[in-house]
Design a protein around this ligand. Structure first.
Ligand SMILES: O=c1[nH]cnc2c1ncn2[C@H]1C[C@H](O)[C@@H](CO)O1
Length: 363
């Protein structure tokens, strides 16, 4: 996209990222490598050609955007080495962007080829279960943490169109709570299935009962009622995107009072058609003016051909964001992370120190 050419680093300080999909953040080189090793033919053989295939170039719809995953997920899914590798490389890429704490999300079922019904991406049945996928990602993230000196935690996604997977997802969240899995999410096509099915509701009830943190994609392209349901029924503690909350001012004011965290993804919101392509009209400008609690995130940097720097420079260039606001939103992000309290406090203090601020004299 054009902005890429003028991208520069506008906030070269430690950052927090809370909303990024592992399977939307894979290196194109890795897709090509793995395809070659596995003997899978791709419609492209250079990074440039493959990038062109994977990327959304013009504002599209969420449904069209989600279709991009079918271009490459069959390459990575079902392959132990590839799954560990994408997790490790993800941590390296985030460290290079100056991220010191990241929560990365994915659907374990989408990367498996057994114990999952239906088996995704037209794979043949194999022997890689969603449970083992989580262990492999955990291993890749842990190796990356050691190598690149950042903290990486994970969030497991339920998918809107697959309520039958959701109880399995929450069980994995419980099982791997001590192993870096910090929360459950509900992702997928909100424009097709906006009401949470019983399968999702039961999984979120179980999550709440067991102290598993909860975030939900809501109000990205769906109406404010999806956000309301996420908060009131699914007991979401954070909202993925949440732009359309602004359509219901009563709800919005209530969420401002509750200090609800919105995981905002500027570049994503343009290319999925969630928001007006004119960034000067973006909902995060209202969030900022109202001193709402939100983060800035990439969402799916592979498919948007973007970096976290691009989201920040876009916020600065078109939305009037300042260095002070970048600091404020990162401190809010750290405070809204799903880390245990003590670790969260340490993270917040790290930011205060890096930003040359004394705690509590801030905003
Ligand atoms: O922006 C998004 N909205 C809804 N679902 C999404 C978005 N980005 C990625 N996903 C889906 C596709 C991925 O395969 C899945 C798990 O990461 O989550």
């Amino acid at each position: 996209m054009a902005e890429h050419l003028t991208e520069h680093i506008v906030f070269n300080k430690p950052k927090i990222e809370l909303h990024v999909h592992l399977d939307g953040a894979i290196r194109v080189e890795t897709i090509l490598d793995v395809a070659e090793r596995r003997g899978i033919t791709l419609p492209a053989c250079t990074v440039k050609e493959m990038t062109h295939i994977c990327v959304v170039h013009q504002p599209a719809t969420l449904t069209e955007f989600l279709g991009k995953f079918t271009e490459y997920m069959h390459i990575i899914a079902g392959d132990r080495e590839a799954i560990k590798r994408i997790a490790y490389e993800f941590v390296e890429d985030k460290a290079k962007e100056g991220v010191i704490y990241v929560e990365v999300r994915y659907s374990p079922h989408f990367l498996a080829n057994t114990d999952v019904e239906p088996i995704p991406w037209n794979q043949k049945e194999g022997d890689l279960s969603p449970d083992e996928v989580v262990r492999l990602v955990n291993q890749g993230l842990a190796d990356g943490e050691k190598a690149f000196n950042i903290i990486a935690r994970s969030i497991l996604c339920c998918m809107r169109h697959m309520p039958s997977w959701s109880m399995g997802v929450v069980e994995l969240c419980k099982k791997y709570k001590k192993d870096g899995v910090v929360a459950i999410d509900l992702a997928g096509d909100e424009s097709l299935n906006c009401e949470a099915y019983p399968g999702h509701r039961m999984a979120y009830e179980e999550a709440e009962r067991c102290g598993v943190h909860r975030t939900v994609h809501a109000g990205e392209v769906g109406p404010a009622s999806v956000v309301k349901e996420a908060v009131e029924v699914l007991k979401a503690e954070r909202i993925g995107h949440g732009y359309n909350t602004l359509e219901d001012q009563v709800l919005y004011k209530q969420l401002l009072e509750q200090n609800m965290h919105f995981e905002v993804c500027p570049i994503s919101s343009k290319l999925t058609g969630a928001c007006d392509p004119d960034f000067t009209k973006h909902p995060v400008i209202t969030f900022r003016k109202d001193k709402a609690n939100y983060s800035l995130n990439t969402d799916d940097p592979l498919i948007f051909n973007s970096t976290l720097h691009l989201d920040y420079s876009t916020a600065q260039k078109y939305m009037g964001f300042t260095e002070e606001e970048f600091k404020r939103l990162n401190i809010n992000s750290a405070n809204s992370s799903f880390l245990p309290e003590k670790e969260k406090k340490d993270l917040v203090n790290k930011l205060y120190e890096a930003y040359g601020m004394v705690e509590n004299t801030g905003f």
